[in-house]
Design a protein around this ligand. Structure first.
Ligand code: THU
Length: 129
């Protein structure tokens, strides 16, 4: 079973693959699914800066692409910044898939946030009805 510490360690290892030649700000993410699987992602930048993909969204897209739809915890790590917080776009994608919980920091010391606190009053599919 994957505990919070293991998930943060997976995020740390994912950050080693970050492609961040412009910002020099590596980020790693690891997403635990209800089935017990872990999907990781890192940030992947582009010389056309706006095409940059965040670590969290890459982890979420990897999981969804493999058919996962129910999630437990997303872990986030950056060697540059303790307790890094996800950007607004990543929070919106977390809301889309109902990822209920974020942990950020290191295996030794991390903080925990609920999705409702990260993105209150979120836009969602019910508003399209
Ligand atoms: N970044 C992420 O991957 N996740 C975050 O939570 C914050 C920002 C990336 C995007 C870009 O490659 C670099 O960090 C600096 O913004």
């Amino acid at each position: 079973m994957t505990c919070d510490q293991d998930l943060l360690q997976a995020a740390k290892e994912a950050a080693e693959n970050a492609y961040a030649p412009y910002s020099h700000f590596p980020v790693g993410a690891a997403l635990l699914t209800k089935t017990g699987a872990v999907f990781t992602g890192c940030n992947v930048e582009n010389s056309s800066y706006g095409l940059t993909q965040c670590a969290e969204r890459n982890a979420i897209m990897a999981a969804v692409s493999q058919g996962e739809r129910t999630f437990v915890t997303l872990a986030l790590f950056s060697p540059q910044k303790q307790d890094l917080m996800p950007c607004g776009a990543c929070r919106q994608v977390m809301a889309e898939f109902g990822i209920p919980r974020l942990i950020t920091g290191t295996s030794q010391a991390f903080k925990e946030f609920a999705l409702e606190d990260l993105l209150p009053y979120a836009f969602g599919k019910e508003q399209l009805e």
